[in-house]
Design a protein around this ligand. Sequence first.
Ligand code: ADP
Length: 355
Amino acid sequence: MAITSILKNPTPKLVALISSSIIAISTLVVFIICKIMFTGMPDWFIVIIATILVFAIGYIVVYSLVERFIYRKIKLIYKSISDTKLSTEGTPLKSNVKNVNLIEDAEDAVLNWQKSKINELNKQKKLDKYRKEFLGNMFHELKTPLFNIQGYLETLIEGGIYDEDINLKFAKKASKNVNRMAKIVEDLQMIANLQDASYVLAAEKFDITDLINDVIESLEVRAKKKKNKLEIKEGCKQSFTVMADREMIHQVLNNLIINALKYGKEGGKTQIGLYDMNENILLEVSDNGIGMDKDQIPRIFERFYRIDKDRSRKLGGTGLGLSIVKHIIEVHKQTIHVRSTPGTGSTFGFTLKKA
Ligand code: ADP
């Protein structure tokens, strides 16, 4: 068993040993035959010395030839692996072939290379799946309002335009669907802009409490409709100056407060808290609404992801609001987190740099 496994994985030394033994034995046999045939009995001392010499020379020659051959092959593989490996900056690493113990390191290098290729492939597969899912969702989201518009327009063209009972109603419905499509395209455009590496923030110093008050004022009618109390939390009224893109943070607050109102309780409470964290400030938007399960939390920032699709659509949501929020916070190099309990409510918190 041991011999067969050794023979299955021969080392250069073993190959040299076997072949030089064969050469030495053959030489010995030839030598003995010659001696016997031409000069009678051989001189054993000379025969043994000659055989040892043939064995030693054979071993050295075969060993160095095999090793050179293997080194050459491995060197090539090694080189191609290390030359295609990228450093963190994205530039090819210089192959350091001369300074490494090739035979010993090659196996490790090939295994590492294989692992990194498998990781890359898995990442690529995940990205592909994500892209397919995203495209599927996008077509679905755009198809629904598009087909609705088509239906309303056809009905109007086929005579509905003269029917006082439906003409204005259908025109308004078509317009509502156009607005929905426009909102989806606008939101997608915004995400694409934020994902663009060349996107530049228009950061400025501003009073965040003023901005919160502006957003509260603009959403007051909406809050009143739901009998929701929308306010800055007691004890958080101190003003802070932050360094950020005002328009973008306006959008973040708007999206988070609208969600708090949408998924909040009728007659509930939406509170905005502001906390000093030395270099940063922490902003929290809390509601006492439907909340969500722990396992849903990581997914709500994905494009088009909604826990309850029908409910979200009825409330006019595109499923892109939180994705926009996440991207805006990320381009500010800040963080966002969520705490939520089903039936109790949710708190969305994000940080901003103090000016
Ligand atoms: P939508 O347009 O559907 O509101 P968002 O991206 O803003 O899209 O939110 C994604 C999903 O996260 C929502 O559909 C909802 O299920 C969940 N969600 C967001 N905010 C809250 C909240 N304050 N309370 C409970 N669920 C929320």
